[in-house]
Design a protein around this ligand. Structure first.
Ligand code: C5P
Length: 236
């Protein structure tokens, strides 16, 4: 079943934990991204773990292989259950990230190592501008290419939009983890997200995790919104 992961995009640990308390047992997985990590640091992860929650440390490492390997090792030590890097950092960088995680934890459960492909806030046009190529390549083509590369480096899965789930599954297989942001309840405001789908559409397409931030945490009733999303996921 597709799992709901809530992005704790807040400016302090108390503000983030306030959301966690409101959501109670409805949500097990939380995403700690740059916004919360830059004010709360590793304590943000520790606080969530001490409440029995699972943590996706979403710092999207994109650096030279050695730096990324060391940062992944520290994230594993921190107790994150999922860690990500940018696939655009290349094959050596991803392979070194995988090796570093294994070196830290030779036994017990390793965190899932996930590669970001093309940000869900980017459309075909935005990607063309960034890559400075105009050869008809789409965001979906680039996602497929980077996902195949990530799988060949031993990564456990990728972040992609719901629109690319089918094509990534075809290339990377059934057990490859697909983490899908850019989720908006039907009729919801997309904001800066471009490649969006509803929770039930993403679940029907085969997402392992959907990542939802603002629609839950800024909701007047976050618990009710999260329960509605979970029941949508369960109905698929
Ligand atoms: O508020 P919203 O639901 O748009 O939040 C989506 C979350 O997922 C944000 O924390 C964002 O950083 C993250 N994310 C994303 N696209 C990616 C990877 C992560 O939107 N490709």
């Amino acid at each position: 079943m597709t799992e709901l992961m809530v992005a704790l995009d807040r400016d302090s640990i108390p503000l983030a934990l306030n959301v966690v308390e409101k959501l109670g047992d409805t949500v097990e997985w939380y995403k700690v991204g740059s916004q919360l990590f830059c004010c709360g640091g590793p304590d943000a992860v520790k606080e969530l773990k001490s409440r029995g929650k699972k943590v996706f440390l979403d710092l999207k490492y994109h650096d030279i292989p050695n730096t990324v390997a060391m940062a992944v090792a520290n994230a594993v030590e921190m107790g994150a259950d999922m860690v990500n890097v940018h696939a655009q950092g290349g094959e050596e960088m991803m392979a070194r990230a995988v090796a570093a995680a294994h070196a830290v934890k030779s036994s017990g459960e390793l965190p899932m190592l996930i590669a970001v492909t093309v940000l869900t806030s980017m459309d075909d046009n935005g990607l063309r501008r960034v890559m400075n190529v105009d050869d008809g390549r789409t965001a979906a083509d680039q996602v497929r290419h980077l996902a195949a590369m990530a799988a060949s480096c031993g990564m456990d899965g990728v972040v992609c939009s719901a629109h690319e789930i089918g094509l990534v599954r075809k290339v990377c297989g059934k057990t490859f983890k697909l983490v899908v942001p850019g989720i908006r309840p039907a009729g919801g405001e997309p904001g800066d997200q471009k490649r969006v789908m509803t929770p039930s559409e993403a679940a029907a397409a085969g997402a392992d995790f959907i990542v939802v931030g603002r629609p839950v945490i800024d909701s007047p009733d976050p618990a009710a919104t999260a329960r509605q999303i979970v029941s949508e996921l369960q109905s698929i």
